[in-house]
Design a protein around this ligand. Structure first.
Ligand code: C2O
Ligand code: CU
Length: 492
């Protein structure tokens, strides 16, 4: 069976944007006769003009994904139970969008874990097709990493065991069954996994409701409210609507306090350049692999697919009643507004913005080898992306680094697309960018790096802490599926 929805009529966002230019007081541009939920409905012009539109920005409060609670807590380990199943999400007001979701919701429930306390996540596949779960950014033994060939069949389950033996970081979990991730992530199979540790407590960073995961993804819709997906292997999917935590361009009520905002780009292939309105500063404190050595003040942050950036924003700088839009400078018109922060009065603040050193970054062993990976498009026999001239072959090991060693890897991108390159199970540091200096916000631990067109980025992976078979690949999902992915085996 084909698990994914057939295309229906597209909603024309272009019409919508044309009529809403310069104003957020929007008029309906949907035709007089609509097919809504399978029924033909005639709407009068007057009623349409008054109705709040499904795509109108800043109409919905930012949803926060529910926390997943353990079903069992034993000494040293929390056990979670997750059903991977179909569900319905109200993304456009008044419409039910069919999704695939962890616990049937999009995005999936958030797992908050603690360093030093293991987690076992029992994933039951209630879908009609194979799936699996990858903990992106996690130090995870190979057998639990969600390798593309290790799948959970329909009706089966698997206990993923996560040691949580790494520094605090904003990880995420998502499907990784080979060849299908562009669709399965698009249709909802992803969620946040936040790992906490003592160090961030010592730093008095904002906590609980002031520590907010923001999952960005671009989508498109059919007129019946279902997600619209169209494959574009070269470019990668581009949607015309930005969702944050599953809501169209939402607004978030913030108190006059310090917030920790954790951005995850869960888009198939879209890159963002995030900027707060009025040119306000954000203080970047972390990247993919956790805290930076020093806080970095910046007014804009680029965010490529699968990357995470954590910033502190001090809303005490704003008057109650202020509305601050988060912009995306990288997008076309309908994707320029990401969300809005609406400032209200706040209470006393006990969180702080760190001024000095936040951590010491580990010293890496000297590299054992240098490798160059060309990122190219092959067009013979269908469009396929390649790494060093090769596509994914699960029977072939492409590189065998020694456990505990490091190497210099050059991602060389002669193509016209950005390739967000991701390594499973371990982290790397960025050594050099041919396009310029490595930004201070990129000098911490990373697991994904956007390699720009024409650029060569040199990274230094640390092949630790586990031996075994892992993959590295482009996280533009259409590229990774077709078949921009190689295999490494870390040998003891
Ligand atoms: Cu986020 Cu191999 O993936
Ligand atoms: Cu790519």
């Amino acid at each position: 069976m084909n698990p994914f929805r057939p295309p229906a009529d597209a909603w024309s966002r272009r019409d919508f944007m044309r009529n809403s230019m310069g104003s957020f007081a929007l008029l309906c541009t949907i035709g007089g006769t609509e097919t809504l939920g399978g029924k033909k409905v005639v709407t009068s012009a007057a009623r349409r003009a008054r109705a709040a539109l499904p795509f109108a920005p800043f109409q919905r409060d930012l949803p926060i994904m529910p926390l997943l609670s353990p079903v069992v807590s034993e000494p040293g380990v929390d056990v979670y139970d997750v059903d991977i199943r179909e569900g319905l999400a109200e993304i456009l007001p008044g419409f039910q969008t069919p999704i695939y979701g962890y616990e049937g919701i999009y995005p999936g429930p958030t797992i908050r874990a603690r360093k030093g306390r293991a987690a076992i996540v029992r994933q039951s596949n209630r879908l009609a097709f194979d799936t699996n779960v990858h903990l992106h950014g996690g130090y995870v033994p190979a057998a639990h990493d969600g390798h593309p060939m290790d799948i959970i069949e329909p009706g089966a389950k698997f206990d993923y065991s996560y040691p949580n033996d790494q520094d605090a970081a904003f990880l995420w979990y998502h499907d990784h069954a080979h060849g299908r991730t562009a669709k399965t992530l698009y249709y909802g199979l992803l969620g946040a996994y936040i790992l906490h540790d003592e160090r961030e407590r010592e730093l008095d960073l904002p906590r609980d409701e002031y520590d907010v995961p923001l999952i960005l993804a671009d989508h498109a819709f059919n007129k019946d409210g279902s997600f619209r997906y169209s494959e574009n292997v070269d470019l990668g999917f581009r949607g015309d609507t930005i969702l944050v935590n599953g809501a169209v361009t939402p607004r978030m009520r913030v108190e006059r306090r310090i917030y920790r905002l954790r951005f995850l780009n869960a888009s198939n292939a879209r890159s963002y350049d995030l900027r707060l309105g009025q040119g306000r500063e954000m203080v970047q404190i972390a990247s993919d692999g956790g805290l930076l050595a020093w806080p970095v003040r910046r007014t804009s942050v680029p965010l490529h697919p699968a990357e995470r950036i954590e910033v502190l924003v001090d809303f005490r700088d704003f008057r109650p009643g202020s509305e601050i839009v988060l912009h995306n400078d990288a997008g076309e018109s309908s994707t320029k507004a990401v969300m809005r922060f609406d400032v209200v009065r706040g209470g006393p603040e006990d969180a702080r913005i760190p001024r000095g050193r936040m951590r010491t970054l580990e010293r890496l062993p000297a590299p054992n080898a240098s490798r160059r990976w060309d990122l190219t498009l092959a067009t013979t026999g269908g469009v396929q992306w390649r790494i060093a001239g090769r596509g994914f072959d699960p029977t072939r090991i492409d590189v065998r680094p020694r456990l505990g060693s490091t190497e210099l890897w050059q991602w060389h991108n002669p193509s016209r697309r950005v390739h967000p390159m991701h390594l499973h199970g371990m982290l790397f540091r960025i050594v050099e960018r041919s396009s310029g200096v490595v930004h201070r916000g990129e000098r911490g631990w990373k697991d994904t790096i956007g390699v720009l067109p024409g650029e060569t980025v040199t990274v230094q992976p640390w092949f630790a802490p586990y031996s075994g078979k892992y993959v590295f690949h482009c996280h533009a999902l259409e590229h990774g599926d077709k078949a921009m992915m190689l295999q490494l085996e870390v040998v003891a």
